[in-house]
Design a protein around this ligand. Sequence first.
Ligand SMILES: Cc1ncc(COP(=O)(O)O)c(C=O)c1O
Length: 383
Amino acid sequence: MKGIYFDNASTSWPKAPGVVSEMAGYLENIGCNVGRGSYERAYAVSRRVYETREKLRCLFDAEDNKNVIFTANVTQAVNMVLKGFLRQGDHVLISGLEHNAVVRPLEHLKQTGLTCDVIPCDNLGNLEVTCIEKMIKPETRAVVMTHGSNVSGNILPIESVGRICKSHGLHFIVDTAQTAGLHNVSMQRANISALCFTGHKGLMGPQGIGGFLVTDELAEQMAPLLDGGTGSVSDQLDMPDFLPDRFEAGTLNLPGIYGLSSALDYLNSVDKNELLMIEEQLTKAFIRGVEAIDGLQLVGTADHRNRCALVSVDCLTKDNAQVAFELDRDYGIMTRVGMHCAPLAHRSLETYPQGTLRFSFSHFNTLDEVACALEALQKITSE
Ligand SMILES: Cc1ncc(COP(=O)(O)O)c(C=O)c1O
């Protein structure tokens, strides 16, 4: 059974055309390290890594190619940024929709004297932007926020929040896990100090590659979380003081970078608005279908526009996990059920502790697949 893959918010599949062959090509025909060997093949790898930084800088409208730092994923990127610059006595604001990638590093930092407050969101996932200024304290240093909720699909108003950050001299850290790819994210327009991304979701690259893009101003205030070999200034015992080497200890994930580079070429070759429209149609059809099923409750906003292509539902007649199990067993429909690593979001959306059943689409899905899922849900919830 081929199956219907509706778990793109966990990791996208299929990947962008070309990703697999590019990675295999690197492993089969190139294979050498970057910044270490003194031969033409190693220089070619350096060029490819540099070009990938450039593609990411253009995609996210960052200051300079050197300000693009590779990590394994967005979780590692967020950890490196937050633990790199926050100090004892600092205060930060986060949204009520944050993923544990943000919440857990901050919980860790609380043990060393950080304080943190949550900007409220209503039960439809709308951020209460008007609360932010009242919550800023003299010791507030940053707002840390997801761009798209992985539970409700809401896209948060990062440009409005970025303006507030700028006027109060705060750093603005954005987790783009659910939006990077088809959605527009500009560091300059949203006054973002550090933009954290993961390569394997909307960017349609492989797992194990991600990173952050950081302004010079914030980078200067950050200590590296990891120390080690960089292939540069090897006579020094300390990490290099220049970017990107200061934050890239150890060998990079080169197959991952080749794959991500190819995925970025794909994204540059398509009409992103057209693909967003496909995702919007799938989301709209699914939401309308869910609203017509008695045993299901839609979680979060019913608006299909300006959102991530994911929809959470709560089953009123059966346990959500049972529904997910039957969808997979009887119809080959793959979803995610539970807390989605975001308990804070579930509290805001009033789905804590039962969690939700989440359907997440990519432009490779079809309206027929959505219809099939709706028919299956109708049957399962009425049995
Ligand atoms: C909003 C959000 N942030 C962070 C993450 C973590 O992503 P990764 O596992 O690639 O680090 C996810 C993944 O589901 C997410 O949805």
